[in-house]
Design a protein around this ligand. Structure first.
Ligand code: ADP
Length: 176
């Protein structure tokens, strides 16, 4: 499996599946979640509402992942995962690791071979980007299954640098 880190807006990724840093309600929010719903259009929210009505009446638990279609986005699927919220004391790396691993499980289940992922929990949920990068890269590297490409799509140069540092084996430093 190839692992990349790039700077960009995940809503523009023409991969098979993009991962959404959702909240438990699955009904939209700010940050990357808001951007994804805005770009996907009302079809995505309708699918999320249907999930809440059927399989997930209490919402999606932290660390779990679920897949929907992608509305008007250039990808085929959106994999929604709920990151741990540091502001609520959810600071166990295992929870964050589960987000990345379960998202890849979902990708494999639906047949998505190329997957773009954001820095789950590194925004409103208050995790340090460095910690997210370390956990995310380790989780993806140790996941085995039928996915060819994982591309971390990071919104800011600083967060991109932390992911590049992890991928290049120089954690905490931007690559030369
Ligand atoms: P969380 O609530 O899990 O912390 P956020 O959406 O607040 O999720 O932030 C997660 C990360 O996603 C942050 O680093 C934020 O800068 C980044 N982000 C926000 N919008 C986008 C986007 N359109 N594409 C990629 N990353 C984004």
């Amino acid at each position: 499996m190839q692992i990349q880190a790039v700077r960009g807006d995940i809503t523009r990724e023409a991969v098979d599946a993009i991962v959404n840093a959702a909240n438990s309600s699955l009904l939209g929010g700010g940050g990357v979640d808001g951007a994804i719903h805005a770009a996907a259009g009302p079809e995505l929210l309708a699918e999320c509402r249907e999930l809440r009505r059927t399989r997930l009446p209490d919402g999606l638990p932290v660390g779990e992942a679920v897949t929907t279609g992608a509305g008007n986005l250039p990808c085929r699927w959106v994999i929604h995962t709920v990151g741990p919220n540091a502001h609520r004391g959810q600071t166990d790396p295992a929870l964050l690791r589960a987000c990345f691993a379960h998202s890849l499980d979902e990708a494999a289940r639906v047949g998505a071979r190329t997957v773009a992922m954001p820095a789950v929990s590194a925004g409103v949920y208050g995790w340090a980007a460095q910690d997210v990068a370390r956990v995310a890269v380790e989780a993806v590297r140790s996941w085995f299954g039928e996915v060819d490409l994982v591309r971390f799509v990071l919104f800011s140069p600083a967060v991109l640098a932390t992911f590049e540092g992890e991928l290049n084996g120089t954690p905490g430093h931007a690559p030369p």
